[in-house]
Design a protein around this ligand. Structure first.
Ligand SMILES: Nc1ncnc2c1ncn2[C@@H]1O[C@H](COP(=O)(O)OP(=O)(O)OP(=O)(O)O)[C@@H](O)[C@H]1O
Length: 579
């Protein structure tokens, strides 16, 4: 669904009815009409809020800036955590009442902190979206404060604006995990990729990255040291490569990213739960891990747990079988942040739903943060209990859409730099133009191209990229590929049976064939790691992850593996195309 797609009732994705869309912003220059319209709506809505609030309420809006409207949520930046808390706890209702009236339907307000706004004298921040070139109507001058609420800028908590992307931050035992703790020491890859991302015009609000002040860490005090240490010894199972620094922001994921940052800055306080939904391979898991890293790095004592829904279900089944439900509950309830991936897999699992319902309530009541991802918005999770679905809608729901061409190029550029792959801008653009809907496939294509060049000791140029991608993308578009197809083709290619692939034998040929099959399942299907593991004789998701990484590496090192993978990909795609 694109931003401008239409709903049956004629409203677009922003919830605007046709009559509302007629009210165009006057003479906005340099933007597409839709963007101008949106910019105008957002700034006018925020101006209405200002006008409707009482003077005491209004002073808390000084130096605020409306950013964007996404579905039924208006996102606004304010200069400090203090302002944000005020707006959220005291004035949210008043603001949302005005917004509902303005947009003609319930509209939420989502507040993030941009400390750069504090540098502007109160009243100078325009109530307009930050797009250059929007010729929004003149704003009414902001009210002068009756008292100076923004003196909060002088509080030590809010003074702290350490740049977020320095190695020192992550080594610092003050803001981050202790360096003595081997599990918490800076992780390989995290520091490698620790440059400021090239966000340029893709950045929503630089200030959203400012970490909270050390003194504002709600988890520094009051948490039993022993339980904290115990939990930090526990692996929170976050992939070090999935951080905010390595996440490229574009219009397709800007809101989801900003929401994730807002939650990471104030776990349990900002939006609870946060639900990120979207199709496969668009970065939901990446954002979930990034949020987890951020919390672990900046709230030194917060316990973060990441789990896929399939593992959660397996864990629960094991807990019942082994009579260990007590341990299960502690594992998932004694945390400050619970990250649950692919919650759609709870569908049809009634007992796990029941247990998760109680876990959710316990965490939510204790103001512990819950973040979930799904392939659909909660209201489309048909086979989920209504009480769970409605709880998933309590907080903030945001989607991720397929990235546009510029974002795809930026992702490839970042990936190439991260993995030290050499490919010119024309090649990156070519790959990005060919693969449009799945970022995992986009990355896979880059790896294929660079691996082929490395094996043949050739430059990565357009000719080479065309040859490699021609094999990868069959004429006539994508056909549905299943794990069964992949396993069948791999088994017959290596002269094995499917039982062999799923069995326990560890002969060299079998291990390679099994790993290639797992890699291809990851690359060519939407199956999650645990689901792939299940198909291969109930193996753990970490085995699949290992296979995926190993084959990616071997493809660049061994011609035989590269050829096998390429040949198999062709055969599988041809089989799928034949139906
Ligand atoms: N905006 C982005 N910037 C950089 N890399 C990205 C971005 N979005 C996705 N990726 C990369 O694309 C790959 C797939 O992303 P991820 O696994 O997070 O997708 P997903 O939406 O969770 O998919 P699934 O639903 O299949 O689990 C990952 O390697 C991730 O790092």
């Amino acid at each position: 669904m694109t931003e401008e797609s239409q709903h049956q009732d004629g409203a677009d994705d922003l919830g605007r009815r046709p009559d509302q869309r007629q009210e165009q912003a006057p003479q906005a220059q340099g933007l597409q009409p839709e963007a101008r319209d949106l910019a105008h709506q957002v700034s006018t809505a925020w101006r209405c809020v200002r006008e409707e609030l009482t003077p005491e309420q209004r002073i808390w809006l000084n130096n605020s800036k409306p950013l964007t409207l996404h579905e039924h949520t208006l996102m606004v930046a304010v200069p400090s955590e203090f302002n944000r808390e005020r707006l959220e706890t005291r004035y949210r209702e008043a603001i949302e009442t005005v917004l509902a009236e303005f947009f003609g339907q319930p509209t939420k307000v989502a507040v993030i902190v941009d400390k750069a706004l504090a540098e502007q004298p109160p009243g100078t921040t325009p109530d307009r979206v930050p797009d250059v070139g929007v010729d929004a109507p003149q704003e009414a001058p902001a009210d002068r404060p009756l008292e100076a609420p923004l003196d909060v800028r002088l509080r030590p908590d809010d003074d702290y604006v350490e740049p977020a992307y320095t190695q020192r931050d992550f080594r610092s035992s003050e803001y981050g995990p202790s360096v003595d703790d081997p599990l918490n020491s800076p992780v390989e890859g995290l520091l490698d990729g620790m440059h400021r991302p090239d966000l340029s015009d893709l950045t929503p609000a630089a200030g959203t990255f400012s970490p909270s002040a050390p003194g504002s860490d709600p988890y520094r005090d009051g948490i039993d040291r022993e339980s904290t240490d115990r939990s930090r010894r526990d692996d929170s199972r976050l992939n070090p490569k999935y951080s905010f620094e390595t996440f490229v922001i574009g219009s397709s994921n800007r809101f989801a990213h900003a929401a994730a940052v807002a939650v990471a800055e104030s776990p349990g306080k900002a939006y609870n739960p946060l639900m990120i939904y979207g199709d496969s391979g668009l970065g939901k898991t990446h954002l979930l891990h990034a949020l987890g890293h951020y919390v672990r790095n900046y709230f030194s004592r917060a316990r973060v747990r990441y789990v896929s829904t399939e593992e959660l279900t397996n864990d629960f089944i094991n807990a019942i079988t082994d009579n260990k439900t007590h341990q299960f509950r502690r594992k998932y309830r004694d945390v400050e942040v619970l990250l649950v991936d692919d919650i759609q897999f709870l569908e049809g699992k009634e007992q796990t739903q029941e247990e998760f319902f109680h876990t959710f309530n316990t965490l939510h009541n204790a103001q512990k943060q819950i973040v979930m991802t799904s392939d659909r918005p909660p209201k489309l999770l048909d086979s989920l209990e209504a009480r769970l679905r409605s709880r998933f809608e309590w907080g903030l729901i945001t989607d991720i859409q397929p990235p546009d061409l510029e974002t795809r190029i930026a992702i490839l550029r970042k990936k190439a730099a991260q993995e030290r792959l050499t490919a010119g801008p024309d090649v990156l653009e070519f790959i990005a133009s060919k693969i449009q809907t799945n970022i995992r496939e986009l990355e896979g294509a880059l790896i294929r191209v660079t691996a082929f060049a490395s094996l043949n000791r050739q430059q990565v140029d357009m000719g080479l990229a065309e040859v490699v991608l021609k094999d990868l993308i069959p004429e006539g578009g994508e056909a549905q590929i299943t794990s069964g197809m992949i396993m069948g083709q791999v088994a017959s290619y290596f002269g094995l049976s499917i039982d062999d692939l799923c069995g326990q034998s560890r002969t060299h040929v079998l291990v390679t064939a099994r790993q290639i099959a797992m890699y291809l399942c990851r690359e060519l299907t939407d199956l999650s790691l645990p689901k792939i593991g299940q198909q291969f004789g109930g193996r753990d998701h970490t085995t699949v992850m290992h296979a995926d990484r190993k084959i990616r590496t071997l493809m660049g090192e061994r011609r035989s593996v590269y050829n096998q993978v390429t040949e198999l990909t062709n055969r599988i795609k041809q089989t799928a195309a034949r139906g």
